[in-house]
Each structure stands twice: as C-alpha cells, then as structure tokens.
Design a protein around this ligand. Structure first.
Ligand code: NAI
Length: 349
C-alpha cells in the first residue's frame, strides 16, 4: 500500500489521538514517525503506532505531561518530559538547545523522564536546519551483551549527528550501536533464515546463526561498539540521574508505567569556530569528495552518510511511502490496539 506523506501522517495522528494523546502531541509524534518512514527507517515509523497506542491507552505515556525546562548554566539545561510522548519532549528540548547555541555557541540539554523518542535523525536535523551542528544520544532498553558478556546489559543506544551543507543539504549520520536492529532478527525468523554470526548471541553468550536462539544482540565492532554504548548510557543516563545500564526500563515490561528514559542533545554553532559560509561549503565539499571516491568491487558508488535516505525521501514524496498492508488496515480500523505488547518477551520464540 502506498500513501502520501500527508495521508500517512494524518492516519497516525488520528490513531494516537484516539488512544488518548492531545491533538497537538499526536501531531508531534506523527511528524517524527513520518520522517522515519520517509527516510526508509520503517523500523521507527508507522509500524510503532500500535505499540505507542497500547502504551498510551494503558497509562504508560502521560497524556497531559507538565514539561519543565531548567537552565543550569549559560549553555546547559535540563528538560523534564514528565513521561509524556518522548518525540514531543525531545523535539522541544532540541529547540531549547538550538536557542542556547545561537546565543552562546553551544547548547547542551539533558532530556529526562521521557518515553521512546523514535528516530534521532529528526532531532539533529532540527539543528542543521538552523545552520548548527546537532548531536543526540539516548538510552534504549537492555538487549545487548557487553563485549565478552553472556547477558544483556546495555540498550541499542543510538548516536545521531547532523551538519549543514550548502543549499539546505545535510550530512546526517544516525545509527544504533548494535550490528543489527532486533527487527532484522524477527525478519530472519519469519523467513526461517540463518543470521550472520556477528549479529547476536544465544543464552550462553555464544554467537549464534539461529535467529530462534537469540537472547541478546551484539555491539558493533566488538569492544569499540560496547564502549560507545557505554558512553551513550553515561551521557544520557548517569549524567541525568535517571536509571542506567540494565536498570533502564524495558520497552514491553509494563505498559502502564512511565519509562523514565534519558536523552542528551548537544548543539554546536559553527560560526563560533569558523566562518559559517566556508563551513557549509566544506560540508558540501565533503559530500562531493566522498561521492568521488573510487568504489570497491560490488559497489557502483560511495554514498555519504544519510545520502540514501535523502534520495529515498525524494522518491517517497513523489510516489508515496510503501506501508505494509496490515499496518494500513490497523491505521484505518476502529481498534486502538490489540493487546499485542504488554509484558511481551522480546526474545520469545
Ligand atoms: P542503519 O544501519 O540503517 O544506518 C546507520 C547509518 O549508516 C545511517 O546514518 C545511514 O545513513 C548510514 N548508511 C547505511 N548504509 C549506508 C551506505 N551504503 N553508505 C553510506 N552510509 C550508509 O541504522 P540503524 O542503526 O538500524 O538505526 C535505525 C534508526 O533507529 C535510527 O534512526 C536510530 O536513531 C533509531 N534508534 C532509536 C532508538 C531509540 O531508542 N530511540 C534505539 C536504536 C535505534
């Protein structure tokens, strides 16, 4: 099923509003979700609506949160999301970081007590749309082994970065610190296919190629990815005084409880370091240089990070966004949710 960006956003907004979010917050969440689908990050788009709707309906996302913003220094602040919609809180907190970076060269905002905020590229691009550099990291539920460990400790703790080039182009790099998302394991299960041996481990902490034996995911690049996910957890958890490590709340454990997650936005104003026009020209030059690198066998060209998403978004804006039929049926149907997620074991066979 192909839907226009506007239609998809409207359907998602309606469902989230039906579940209990205010119209304003439903619109804010749907905006981040449709951004993900447009970039081809379908794992963080429309497929999440039913989960959010169930959590909203069961009270685990505050439908009337009192956001608070406390400046703690010339360029630092804490934003309390009161366990409301994470997408909306993270977006408002990024606006505050942008304001500070415009005035003082840098803005660092710790966002605490939020629910899942989706695809981080949305927030860092808020900064690059204002000619600033955006960096954002956040916590996610524990499902990854630390290097050498036999049980999960960290989440898939993502890191996102965006810098502005000329003519409204951005370089946007946005990744989970795991080799693969959990969704890819589910996909392999549905096809009864083996997975590569560097994706995940079984109950003994040993690498497995059987998607049904998976008990935890592996960090990217062994100890290096493990170090990065630790850094993310310290910056967005320990630093902000919210639960950290394997105390981070699970996505599915109890949908009636707020998740108390943390996220950190850092915004840097390039004009405090160099000439802005030259900076933007050099970001565009970086894109051109990367595209001009000789491709390796099996590749027809080298893309800069985020380029394929930009191209996909252009295609989707023209031709519509491809949405799985069942998700469309759910979005246009009457049910708020089907009780599919509460207390679900993500690793159950
Ligand atoms: P991914 O593996 O699809 O892409 C990672 C990065 O690599 C992207 O910047 C992409 O542009 C770049 N890339 C991919 N293929 C490329 C190629 N051929 N050439 C050049 N660059 C290329 O992303 P991943 O790790 O699956 O993350 C997906 C999303 O999940 C992200 O938006 C992330 O923020 C989100 N996420 C959110 C979490 C949360 O709790 N809020 C937790 C984990 C992930």
């Amino acid at each position: 099923m192909k839907l226009s960006e506007q239609k998809l956003k409207e359907l998602m907004k309606n469902k989230l509003h039906q579940a209990g979010l205010s119209e304003d917050h439903a619109d804010g969440v749907a905006d981040v979700l449709v951004h993900a689908d447009l970039r081809g990050v379908h794992s963080h788009g429309a497929m999440r609506v039913e989960y959010y709707a169930e959590r909203i309906a069961k009270g685990g996302i505050n439908t009337n949160p009192q956001f608070s913003f406390e400046k703690t220094g010339p360029s630092t602040a804490l934003f309390d999301g009161d366990n409301g919609a994470g997408h909306v809180a993270a977006k408002e907190a990024m606006d505050e970081a942008i304001n500070m970076a415009k005035k003082s060269g840098i803005g660092v905002v710790g966002v605490k007590r939020i629910s899942h905020s989706g695809s981080l590229s949305y927030f860092v691009q808020q900064a690059s749309e204002e000619n600033l550099i955006g960096l954002s990291v956040c916590q996610s539920d524990p499902m990854v082994v630390p290097f050498g460990g036999a049980e999960a400790y960290y989440g898939t703790n993502p890191i996102a970065f965006s810098a502005p080039g000329e003519e409204e182009d951005f370089i946007t790099f946005d990744m989970a610190t795991t080799v693969q998302a959990w969704g890819k394991i589910l996909h392999a299960r549905s096809k009864n296919e083996a997975i590569p041996e560097d994706w995940a481990v079984d109950e003994n902490g040993e690498a497995t190629t059987n998607p049904f034996d998976v008990k935890a995911l592996m960090p990217i690049a062994g100890p290096k990815g493990y170090g990065l996910m630790m850094m993310v957890d310290i910056l967005s958890g320990v630093l902000l005084g919210v639960p950290f490590g394997n105390n981070v709340s699970s996505m599915y454990h109890d949908l009636s409880e707020g998740r108390n997650l943390g996220q950190l936005h850092i915004v840097i104003n390039p004009s405090y370091f160099t000439d802005l026009t030259t900076f933007k020209q050099n970001i565009s030059q970086t894109m051109k240089d990367l595209n001009a690198v000789k491709p390796a066998p099996g590749f027809d060209h080298v893309s800069y990070p985020g380029q394929r998403s930009i191209e996909r978004a252009k295609r989707y804006k023209e031709n519509g966004i491809e949405i799985v039929d069942e998700i469309y049926e759910y979005l246009v149907g009457d049910a708020v949710h089907f009780n599919n997620y509460d207390h679900k074991d993500p690793f159950a066979k």
